[in-house]
Design a protein around this ligand. Structure first.
Ligand code: ZN
Length: 438
């Protein structure tokens, strides 16, 4: 539990080479690092119910501010107790600033010093994001970790444009921080968050969706419960892990390092972002179409400039072998739509390589999708059945494929953490994934 007023406690417990294994303690949950964060764009990790995500061991998920701002709107989410209450997710959440979607989904955007004007990809309506409004939106959404507003450039881009963009991002980072410091106590759960997987936050007066669940431990508390009540629970001896401990807590704000594929600009961006001061640092603007060796080189050189005692978040990567590789380089947090998006297209990641389940060769294959996977899909269904569901366009195909892929990613990170704790190089996927496709 972080001390009162400290939004985020990050503890590195073991290192192995450049890799670090530790613990990120957010207002809603403890997160073991390095961690992979499933993407829940619109308050939903597509095709997966929240209880299944919990069962798979997801400790933190990501929400997209741009999408939630457009639909259902920040005010609706805020009134429902923030994203945690709205989507009934008791563990940690990170929201992005909306910058990436503003720049990637809007060809007609207009950027000025003040902010970005863009058109909704849904109905063409015009909107204006500034560092201040992106912070206001993210405070309303109420994730545990929120991101500074940055400009994302196209790739490839010339150095002059990249420098101007990096400098704009630095000025926007300072404005993001200033707004956040003035408004951080406006978060929907301010003063009411607590750590623990049984923690749950909902608006006062709203009935508990968990209250009738016999599998849930006692000791849950509603928003509106006071620190006094928590103290009474503790003094009554009910101090086990399921009893929440209250604290005056706020969100944690991360800065984003930009600078394209230029090592010097990346270094300068890192130094300027660190000077402003954030609870953690992200590397943005990668995985935008550049060759993978270049991504690795930029990640490796940028990491050298980031403070060792703060969490490091590499945005938008990657394949299973890449998340292992970046964890080995000392990255603590990663997110990617790949496991969920690929699953919906019938592309499955297994310990034996990629499987395109639509192929006719699986039509009568009685074996499990991945003989080395213990997920509920691999334990129960055959490749033939999964192939049939996909070929028939059954909704269940998307559900089962996503469960397996997320399970595979989360298990991969679990193994990475285990390897780091044993002091081993975690190279267990490289031999599988460098083999030619079956
Ligand atoms: Zn599986």
């Amino acid at each position: 539990m972080p001390p009162d007023g400290v939004p985020l406690d990050f503890r590195i417990e073991t290192t192995s080479g450049k890799a670090r294994a530790g613990r990120l303690i957010t207002p809603h949950a403890e997160v073991e690092t390095p961690v992979f964060m499933p993407v829940g764009t619109l308050g939903s990790v597509k095709a997966i119910p929240q209880d299944t995500l919990e069962e798979l061991g997801a400790q933190i998920i990501l929400g997209n501010t741009y999408h939630l701002y457009l639909r259902p709107g920040v005010e609706t989410v805020r009134r429902m107790g923030g994203l945690h209450g709205f989507m009934s997710w008791p563990r940690a959440i990170l929201t992005d600033s909306g910058g990436f979607q503003v720049f990637s989904l809007n060809e007609l955007r207009k950027v000025t010093e003040e902010g970005v004007t863009f058109r909704s990809h849904l109905d063409g309506s015009s909107h204006f994001f500034t560092p201040e409004s992106a912070m206001e939106a993210q405070i309303g959404l109420g994730a545990d970790i929120i991101m500074a507003f940055d400009e994302c450039t196209e790739f490839p881009v010339d150095r002059e444009r990249m420098r101007a963009s990096m400098e704009l991002t630095a000025r926007w980072a300072a404005r993001s921080k200033a707004y956040f410091e003035d408004h951080k106590h406006e978060v929907p759960w301010a003063g009411n968050a607590h750590v623990g997987t049984d923690a749950f936050v909902r608006p006062a007066g709203q009935s508990s969706t968990f209250a009738d669940d016999p599998n849930r431990n006692a000791g849950k508390a509603e928003v509106g419960s006071s620190r006094k009540e928590a103290a009474e629970l503790r003094s009554a001896g009910r101090t086990n892990a399921s009893v929440p401990t209250w604290a005056e807590q706020t969100q944690a704000l991360f800065g984003i390092v930009q600078g394209g594929m230029d090592r010097d600009l990346r270094r300068e961006s890192a130094l300027r972002t660190i000077e402003i001061g954030f609870s953690g640092y992200a590397i943005g603007g990668l995985s935008v179409g550049e060759p993978r060796e270049l991504t690795r080189e930029i990640v490796e050189s940028t990491l050298e400039h980031l403070p060792a005692d703060k969490p490091r978040y590499l945005m938008g990567v990657g394949t299973p072998e890449e998340i292992v590789e970046y964890a080995n380089l000392g990255v603590d947090m990663m997110d990617c739509v790949l496991p969920t998006r690929a699953a919906r297209h019938g592309l499955l990641f297994t310990s034996e390589g990629k499987v395109s389940i639509k192929q006719a060769r699986y039509a009568q294959d009685q074996g499990p999708l991945d003989p080395n996977c213990g997920c509920r899909v691999c334990r129960r269904y055959s490749r033939a059945y999964l192939r049939h569901l996909y070929a028939s366009n059954e909704v269940l195909a998307q559900v089962l494929n996503t469960i397996h892929n997320l399970s595979f990613y989360l298990d991969t990170m679990r193994r990475v953490r285990h390897s780091i704790r044993l002091g081993e190089e975690c190279g267990f996927l490289s031999s599988v994934w460098s083999r030619p496709k079956p």
